[in-house]
Every structure is written in structure tokens, then in C-alpha cells.
Design a protein around this ligand. Structure first.
Ligand SMILES: [Mg+2]
Ligand SMILES: [Zn+2]
Length: 214
């Protein structure tokens, strides 16, 4: 299911901005584990107002967290597909022009080895299947990129990310930025940033049932 960005931005569904397949069809016959990366607050700096995080609304405000590119490359070398899954309700609210979102993601793609950037451009009132904690974005990625969900990990900074991970049967990593908001329920681990998350992921091999062995 590949939905073009322009159609998704009109409210038709999630947008799948997927790169050209990086592996041959033969090598992709075995499902790979993924790290599903939330965007704001994990890959790029959130804009925090009164303790609450907000998404950047222009490409100029889209600032990657230091060290993110290097740890993405480490995950990629370790065999994980890197997939960005992000709620962007400001699109539905009219505050975030789709062209700015496209500019941000062009920057991200130019520096980090992400295989797909899956965006939910909807708000709660749309009752879509892709706004986290709904699992639609990750399920679309798993289908398109042949991912092994039971061996995959979700990394995010808010309860919606962790809840999505639970629904997918993935391990979950909370990047705790100390926001003043509802706390996520029981991530597998809580860390201070993506580099620490990546150390945990690489030190925690899973068996085929998705159980952590370490
Ligand atoms: Mg976030
Ligand atoms: Zn959606």
C-alpha cells in the first residue's frame, strides 16, 4: 500500500514516502527487524512550550538531535530497517504546509539511512487507522518492507508511541524528555536519548518469539 503524499495530505490516508528498495528481492525474502523511530523528540529537537512538546512548522525549525545520524548508521549496520513513524496533526489543523513537511524529510533522508518515512497527517476527529497509538503506519511499513514485528523495537518520547509498540507486540523504548503530560505505561526501558536507546537495542538480542535474551 503506497499512498502518495499529495493524496494523503488531502486526508485520504497515511503517506508512505518510501525509498527505492535497498536490497534485492532475494535478500528481502527473510523478514528483517525494524526500529520504528518517532520523529519529533527522538530524531529532531521538539519545540517545548510550558513543558509540552510541539512539532516544528518550518524546515528551518527542523533541527536534528546531535549524534542521531551516527546511531542510525550503527543500527543499519546491525541489520535493522529504520522506519520513521510520525503523527503530524498540524497538517490537518492547517498549521503545517505539506511542502514544509516535505522539505524537512528531504533533509532527514539526505543525512540518515531511513528506508521509509510514514506520516499520519490526520487529527483525532478523523478517526483514521494511522494516528498513533493506532498501529496503521507501522503495519503498512511491515507489509511494504517485509519487517519482522516480533523482533522490532519502537522508540518514542510520548505515550502514543509506547502504546503503539504494545499493540504491535514490539519492544518499546521511551526517550524521557521530562514533559508535563500523561506518562506512558510500561516501556521496556526508559532512556535519556536515542544514543542510549541504541546501546540498549544492540545489547539486547531477541529470540524468534521476540523475547529479550539479555
Ligand atoms: Mg515525539
Ligand atoms: Zn492518520
Amino acid at each position: 500500500m503506497t499512498v502518495v503524499v499529495t493524496r494523503a495530505m488531502a486526508g485520504a490516508g497515511p503517506s508512505a514516502d518510501t525509498a527505492e528498495p535497498l536490497l534485492s528481492a532475494a535478500r528481502r525474502s527473510v523478514s528483517r527487524p525494524a526500529v520504528f523511530l518517532d520523529r519529533d523528540g527522538v530524531l529532531n529537537e521538539p519545540i517545548v512550550v510550558a513543558g509540552r512538546p510541539f512539532a516544528p512548522l518550518t524546515a528551518e525549525e527542523f533541527i536534528l538531535v546531535p549524534g542521531v545520524v551516527e546511531v542510525c548508521e550503527r543500527l543499519r549496520r546491525a541489520g535493522f530497517a529504520l522506519v520513521v513513524v510520525t503523527n503530524q496533526p498540524e497538517v490537518a489543523r492547517g498549521a503545517l504546509p505539506p511542502r514544509e513537511l516535505a522539505r524537512m524529510h528531504a533533509v532527514l533522508r539526505s543525512v540518515a539511512p531511513v528506508e521509509g518515512i510514514y506520516v499520519c497527517p490526520h487529527d483525532d476527529a478523523d478517526a483514521c487507522p494511522c494516528r498513533k497509538p493506532a498501529p496503521g503506519l507501522a503495519l503498512a511499513a511491515a507489509d511494504e518492507l517485509d519487517l519482522d514485528l516480533a523482533a522490532s523495537v519502537v522508540v518514542g518520547d510520548r505515550w502514543r508511541d509506547i502504546e503503539m509498540g504494545h499493540r504491535l507486540g514490539c519492544r518499546t523504548v521511551l526517550v524521557d524528555r521530562g514533559y508535563s503530560e500523561t506518562r506512558p505505561v510500561q516501556p521496556s526501558i526508559t532512556v535519556r536519548g536515542l544514543p542510549e536507546a541504541v546501546r540498549w537495542i544492540l545489547d539486547s538480542p531477541v529470540d524468534q518469539g521476540g523475547n529479550v535474551n539479555a
